[in-house]
Design a protein around this ligand. Structure first.
Ligand code: CP
Ligand code: NVA
Length: 312
């Protein structure tokens, strides 16, 4: 990987993406090893987490490394201490940082001032580690990525943004249906469209979940209210009426379509209990693949291909 940090899916080239997915598959079968035995990672989180925290901790441990978790109260990014100072201090102690922040700008500043790699463990703008695990999951279930169609039904949020970029990079089509006023950020859409054009796929943006899902191989949704937007919860539940992924909507997708959700899920809101518990649901495979995809990211950022003799 050419990039020092992994803040956005746009930090990757198509080749980087292919190599990361290949490494993740290899690492999944390899299990525990000592490739990063002299490395330490700090997790700096401004928001709660189950999957991201545990999968990063386990990824580092399974690669032989050490982990330090810093909770929201401990660091006070930009409050107790300025973000540039936190970046420069952590660079003297650890080898890599995965940070979960409210503002994406905080990650950019961490990346600018740190001598060590910074990984986006979710910001208001993107969730690139999730998108990588999602592509791995789709590949495992469908046997390929190129020319498949993913329908994203719901908020044009951080998860949708990284998925749109990842689909563009992988040559997958993506249809996004959101209520008016909750569409994908226009800058991300432009970047995703360029990636899609370069890789022979298309992005369709609209407001009709049925149109988006018709003929899709993958149906994806996420919470209507992301972390940090709790005050808007009531307004959002109203605005997203008609955007639940239920069995009637899944019926419009391709016969073998899979259902995906990054979790945590809100049954009865963005997804029905029946769909998330159905045979087509692969949500726990996605959760597991966070571990394997992040092992590939850590290995690449901390040592490149050479650090994993059994990979490639
Ligand atoms: N999908 C995901 O990032 O979950 P957490 O918020 O629990 O880390
Ligand atoms: N869009 C959600 C994803 C949680 C993993 C959020 O930002 O809260």
């Amino acid at each position: 990987m050419q990039t020092k940090d992994f803040l956005s899916i746009s930090d990757l080239s198509s080749t980087d993406l292919q190599l990361l997915l290949a490494d993740a598959i290899e690492l999944k079968s390899l299990g525990w090893n000592s490739a990063l035995s002299d490395k330490t990672m700090a997790l700096v989180f401004e928001k709660p987490s189950l999957r991201t925290r545990v999968s990063f901790e386990m990824a580092m441990r399974q690669l032989g490394g050490q982990v330090i978790y810093l909770s929201p109260a401990e660091v006070g990014l930009g409050k107790r201490e300025s973000v540039p100072d936190v970046a420069r201090v952590l660079s003297r102690y650890v080898d890599i940082v995965a940070a979960r922040t409210f503002s994406h700008d905080t990650l950019e500043v961490l990346g600018k001032y740190a001598d060590i790699p910074i990984i986006n463990a979710l910001s208001d703008k993107e969730h690139p580690c999730q998108a990588l695990a999602d592509l791995l999951t789709i590949f495992e279930h469908k046997g390929n990525l190129k020319h498949l169609t993913l329908a994203f039904v719901g908020d044009g949020n951080n998860v949708a943004a990284s998925l749109a970029l990842a689909c563009g990079l992988a040559g997958m089509n993506i249809n996004i249906a959101s209520p008016e006023g909750y569409e994908l950020n226009s800058g991300i859409l432009e970047r995703a469209q360029i990636l899609a054009e370069n890789n022979g796929s298309e992005i369709e943006i609209g407001h009709d979940p049925k149109l988006a899902v018709r003929g899709a191989d993958v149906v994806y949704t996420d919470t209507w209210t992301s972390m940090g937007q709790e005050d808007e919860n009531v307004t959002r539940i109203k605005a997203f009426t008609g955007f639940q992924v239920d069995s009637a909507l899944m019926y419009l997708a391709n016969d073998e379509a899979i259902f995906m959700h990054c979790l945590p899920a809100h049954r009865g809101q963005e997804v029905s209990d029946e769909v998330i518990e159905s045979r087509s649901s692969v949500v726990f495979d996605q959760a597991e693949n966070r571990l394997h995809a992040q092992k590939a990211i850590l290995s690449q950022l901390l040592g490149g291909a050479g650090i994993l003799p059994n990979c490639r």
